[in-house]
Design a protein around this ligand. Structure first.
Ligand code: NAD
Length: 491
């Protein structure tokens, strides 16, 4: 579907996200013919730029980061609708200027009054920018048109702050005008969880407590915090990744079939999962947080978290977090969901592993099955997108010996189309007004409800554990699964 007449305003357009993801995604959408003629892009930032300086920056960002090939005619058309507004978020004159620019573009480019405001700014500025949009009449859609707000993560840092932010935002924008970004939901492989589950008969009958032993959801990064100390310290891995991305993956993995594939039905089912999530009573036994310690990684000596520039030597921020959750409903009672995320782990990988129970009885000698693991279905979210099924098979030869083998689906091999970037899909959906892939108010609040007691427990506890950079996390995390007679996968 192609977006109708519209424009996008990006606040914080000189930032890292805008340059690496948003501007390239807009070009890629234009290149795929998915943006309307006359589509307009307004950049807002403090830099002293003219329109042409802004266009030159977008050009460079597109050259550096776009997914699709550069085409002069696409660029020429896109750049006609580019404008820059200079100012601080507290600057009333700049917002008046923005208003005038929006009105000019309506006339010059035929945007029809339809504008989305993308807040690609540090979270502490979300309330101020939203308030300014209201004060300058930018959030009020002229008759017959729409205005929408796109809000980056993190959405609050606990339940209370998320509620406060929701309140501020909803004073200005109606619920269906607010698009909260969780870019994981824009990923093909994440949307494919629903296709896999609800368009096939192969998996769903065994997708429950009768057959599933447990689920492991992993998002591992091999990099450290880079230059982002200011953002990361005090936030940590659980708030940065578990509250949003991993809990969304959990919801999609665990939810019931939605009545239809629309935003309201999806939210209804995801919310039921969140509400049924039980935080372990034994927080000491079933939550782990840790920090990476200096070590050799990939042939290079890397710093530990506490030695990184801008991090206090007594910081207790988690760079690794693992938690066990259970879902108290008929489908999942008694099936643990183990979630883990971390920086400076062995490899960059995100996956969901459904690990099945062992066969209830084996007619083979125990020596024949000694090397056999559990059956598993692994949804590989990134980077090697696909699905793997692991099961036991007879080793060729005269004796009965069984070993694990895998059956594999790889996107790259099965499809010639390459996957769009998450931000392409999400920006297009904002312009189309399609809210399927955006977490709603209640989802955000529910996920903080789950995380808050864990963070509070960690605040009361001692120092985080340590793990050597380049490994798969602290011994405590292994202990957490060992207590249940299980172990983490090595992705
Ligand atoms: P950034 O700090 O690089 O950029 C923020 C932008 O806001 C910059 O252009 C900065 O100049 C501008 N800004 C700050 N204060 C301002 C003020 N008072 N007036 C006007 N402009 C001001 O941040 P980023 O990395 O681009 O991230 C933007 C948002 O996206 C944040 O909410 C972040 O949490 C989120 N996010 C970023 C990434 C990423 O990969 N960088 C990933 C996921 C989410």
């Amino acid at each position: 579907r192609i977006a109708g007449p519209s424009g996008l305003v990006i606040f914080g357009v000189t930032g890292d996200l805008a340059r690496k993801k948003l501007m390239p995604a807009i070009y890629d959408l234009a290149n795929r013919g998915l943006l309307p003629p006359g589509f307009s892009l307004i950049g807002f930032a403090r830099r002293e730029w003219q329109d042409q300086d802004f266009a030159a920056e977008v050009h460079q960002a597109v050259r550096d980061h776009a997914r699709t090939p550069f085409r002069e005619e696409v660029w020429r058309q896109l750049s006609q609708g580019m404008r820059f507004v200079q100012g601080d978020f507290g600057d009333n004159a700049a917002f008046e200027q923005l208003k005038a620019t929006v009105e000019d573009l309506d006339k010059a480019q035929g945007t029809g009054g339809n504008f989305a405001f993308y807040l690609s700014v540090p979270p502490k500025f979300f309330p101020e920018v939203v308030q300014q949009l209201k004060d300058h009449g930018l959030s009020d859609a002229p008759k017959g048109s729409w205005r929408r707000a796109v809000i980056e993560k993190p959405f609050g840092h606990d339940l209370e702050s998320a509620r406060d932010l929701n309140e501020i935002v909803h004073e200005v924008f109606a619920p269906d005008e607010v698009f909260r970004i969780d870019h994981y939901l824009g990923k093909e492989t994440v949307q494919n969880i629903l296709a896999l589950r609800f368009a096939n008969t192969l998996f769903e009958p065994i997708w429950n407590r009768s057959y599933v032993d447990h689920v492991q959801i992993t998002m591992a990064e091999d990099i450290g915090i880079g230059g982002r100390a200011g953002y990361y310290d005090g936030i940590g891995a659980a708030r940065d990744v578990i509250q949003n991305h991993l809990l969304q993956l959990l919801a999609l993995t665990a939810m019931e079939e939605p009545a239809s594939f629309d935003a309201a039905s999806l939210v209804t089912e995801k919310l039921k999962v969140f509400k049924a999530v039980k935080v372990p009573a034994d927080l000491a036994g079933y939550t782990v947080r840790a920090q990476y310690a200096a070590d050799w990684q990939g042939g290079e000596k890397v710093l530990g978290y506490l030695q990184e520039e801008g991090i206090a030597s007594d910081s207790r921020t988690d760079t690794y977090a693992a938690i066990k959750l259970e879902i108290d409903n008929r489908r999942w009672a008694g099936v643990p969901f183990y979630l883990r995320t971390g920086k400076r782990l062995g490899r960059r990988v995100t996956e969901i592993a459904i690990v099945f129970q062992r066969a209830p009885h084996s007619p083979f000698d125990s020596s024949a099955t000694a090397e056999l693991g559990e059956n598993a279905l692994v949804i590989r979210v990134q980077p090697d997108e696909g699905v793997t099924v692991r099961f036991g098979s007879k080793v060729p030869g005269t004796s009965m010996e069984l070993r694990d083998v895998t059956m594999d689906f790889a996107y790259g091999e099965s499809f010639t189309e390459s996957s769009p970037e998450a931000y392409e899909r999400l920006i297009l959906d904002v312009l189309l007004g399609d809210a399927n892939l955006f977490p709603r108010t209640e989802e955000v609040e529910e996920s903080w409800r789950i995380l808050d007691p864990i963070e509070e427990f960690w605040d009361r506890s001692g120092r985080p554990a340590q793990y050597p950079a380049g490994t798969w996390g602290p011994a405590e995390a292994d202990g957490m699964l060992a207590r249940d007679g299980r172990s983490w996968r090595r992705p």
